[in-house]
Design a protein around this ligand. Structure first.
Ligand code: AMP
Ligand code: ZN
Length: 144
């Protein structure tokens, strides 16, 4: 059995598993999350199976972003409470990924909804500029 044949999101893309589809095109599919953080919580996935970011080409990634953006901007018109929106992608189990077909969450947010990261911006340490510059230099080299 291949990863694709066992993958629930591949089954949704293929129309073989139940889903409430918002958008489908030749590159990506968007559908409602069955355990929404808030009403309107949508997932945007590449149509081809890839566990994580490494297998998602830039063109497909760009389409994922474009569709997520359009969904985020449509919440108000759809009557979905969205004082703000989070776009969220968990790449790897340690980052919180539980379904191993890459997906971008589009999460409508409102005050008091209780969703969030456990670290606030100001509870983290602030490295010196030299350390940030060094990390930026290494990352830029690695971009290729
Ligand atoms: P993550 O933890 O980032 O991998 O998120 C996986 C998301 O997929 C969760 O928010 C689940 O609620 C959602 N999910 C799992 N199975 C399904 C399904 N069959 N249809 C729609 N959403 C699903
Ligand atoms: Zn898949």
């Amino acid at each position: 059995m291949t990863a694709e044949s066992r993958c629930i999101f591949c089954a949704i893309v293929a129309g073989k598993a139940e889903a409430s589809v918002v958008h489908r095109d030749e590159l990506v599919t968007a559908f409602m999350d069955v355990y929404p953080v808030n009403p309107g919580h949508t997932l945007v996935v590449p149509n081809h199976h890839s566990e994580g970011l490494e297998g998602v080409e830039e063109e497909v990634g760009g389409r994922i972003w474009a569709v997520a953006r359009r969904i985020a901007l449509s919440f108000g018109r759809a009557g979905i409470l969205a004082e703000g929106v989070n776009l969220f992608l968990a790449n790897g189990a340690v980052a919180g990924q539980t379904v191993f077909h890459c997906h971008l969450h589009v999460i409508p947010r409102h005050s008091g909804d209780g969703f969030g990261f456990k670290h606030g911006v100001f509870s983290r340490g602030r490295p010196g500029r030299a350390e940030l510059d060094e990390q930026a230099r290494k990352l830029a080299l690695g971009l290729g």
